[in-house]
Design a protein around this ligand. Structure first.
Ligand SMILES: [Zn+2]
Length: 436
């Protein structure tokens, strides 16, 4: 085990440097962060390349060479962050302030933390002179928060050889501590996306002459039907293991049992609590109206109204099937449909050597840790890599409370120094155990 004295100060320096580079997406401007990472790695003699996908946008890829007897492992993270509402933060979100043994700032949990841990683990592997059988590739991408066009998708399309690996470790899982009980839910599956825009046409006219075919009124009815539709519960091996794990850890809402969740089928809606909301999303496809656009003037009935629906589909469903369901909910109206973005769900098998190694390495640092497979309701870069045959796991070694978890994409995002140190150790051990 590498002692933390060997790397803690450096790790925090690299990490805080990364937080201080504002990569809010839009506009992203990740190229600055990509160059920064390249500089850090090249100082250690680890070759790295920056791939510019558009002006100001870019990803960085580095490689620590093995002897080539086994295929590579990819350590993945993304460089961009979501924008902040600065006035609601209690600190400057890009100052990487240290207080009470926490580092504060946008990206400290999503996901510059993991990026910095991966960089440090790679540097340690180089310094310790590990005899690697597998190349260890590190990639930190642009544009993950906006769909990956200028990040992972550009890399896959134009430079796939640079990141091609048998396995990838990425964000997407969660580590939770509640009343001292700790667990890592390691992401092996993620839901897909089907964003649909519906245009409803009707009868326009003067606001003083109401009509049953007013598209604003029709849109309201459609929004209710879609928003209130409850999709049936889908029992998959991953969600079953995930729920049993959550039950074992005591993370389920009071009075809820894993077995009931599946048997109660359609009736069960769990959005009431923090965990319940997530369970609801793990169990079923969802369709959520998020945008309405209609009208320009208070006394004019418009000719049409547009509704955007954010649909999330479990692995196995095609985006086209979701479109048919949405059409059914809209019913016999004069409507037009456009799929704005589509990405099927994805899943990686878990009976692999890497899965076993991840579990083992995590328990070396946290002996009492629960370790369970996880399906994430949101999408990550892993979805695109799984399509290319890479086995991807969302192994985020950061273990936080639900309150801290809520700061992701929210206000006062922060991470403890302890988490940074332990996470780096876990990832270093994974390289040592799996690649050397
Ligand atoms: Zn992220």
């Amino acid at each position: 085990m590498v002692s933390k004295e060997k790397f803690e100060r450096e790790l925090l320096e690299i990490f805080r440097g990364l937080i201080r580079i504002d990569t809010s997406n839009p506009p992203g401007n990740e190229i600055v962060a990509a160059e920064y990472v390249r500089g850090v790695l090249e100082r250690e003699g680890i070759p790295a390349k920056v791939f510019e996908s558009a002006p100001g946008r870019g990803s960085v890829v580095a490689r620590l060479k093995g002897d080539g007897t086994m295929p590579p492992l990819l350590l993945l993270s993304h460089l961009d962050v979501v924008p902040v509402e600065a006035e609601r933060w209690s600190v400057d979100a890009f100052a990487a302030e240290m207080k009470d043994n926490y580092i504060w700032g946008r990206g400290t949990l999503d996901i510059k933390n993991m990026g910095a841990m991966e960089i440090m683990a790679l540097i340690l592997a180089k310094r310790e002179g590990l005899k690697l059988k597998r190349d260890v590739i590190l990639a930190a991408t642009a544009d993950e928060e906006a769909g990956g066009t200028y990040g992972i998708r550009s890399l896959i399309e134009n430079h796939f050889d640079e990141i091609k690996a048998e396995y990838a470790i990425n964000e997407g899982g969660i580590g939770i501590v509640e009343d001292g009980r700790k667990a890592i839910f390691c992401q092996c599956a993620e839901k897909g996306i089907c964003w649909i825009e519906i245009t409803i046409r009707g009868e326009g006219g003067h606001g003083s002459l109401p009509s049953a075919a007013n598209p604003v009124v029709l849109a309201g009815q459609v929004i209710s039907r879609i928003g209130e539709h409850v999709f049936p519960v889908m029992k998959t091996p991953v969600t079953k293991k995930l729920l049993i794990g959550a039950e074992k850890m005591g993370f389920l809402p009071k009075g809820v049992k894993a077995a009931d969740v599946f048997s109660s089928g359609k009736k069960l809606r769990l959005e009431g609590s923090r965990v319940g909301k997530r369970i609801n999303a793990w169990l079923r496809h969802t369709a959520t109206p998020t945008f309405v656009k209609a009208g320009t003037k208070i006394n004019v009935i418009p000719m049409e109204a547009k509704i955007s629906v954010d649909c999330r589909i479990l692995p196995g469903m095609e985006p086209g099937e979701m479109l048919d369901i949405v059409k059914g909910l809209v019913g016999q109206l004069d409507a037009e449909y456009e799929i704005l973005q589509r990405k099927p769900g994805s899943e990686s098998k878990i009976d692999t050597e890497l899965w076993t190694v991840l579990e083992k390495c995590a328990r070396e640092i946290e002996p009492e840790l629960g370790f369970f497979p996880y399906l994430s309701a949101g999408g990550t870069d892993s979805g695109f890599l799984r399509e290319k045959g890479v086995v991807c796991y969302g192994f985020d070694p950061t273990i936080v409370s639900w309150e801290e978890q809520d700061t992701v994409h929210g206000i006062d995002e922060r991470i403890s120094v302890q988490n940074m140190v332990n996470g780096t150790r876990m990832l270093y051990r994974v390289i040592e155990q799996f690649c050397a």
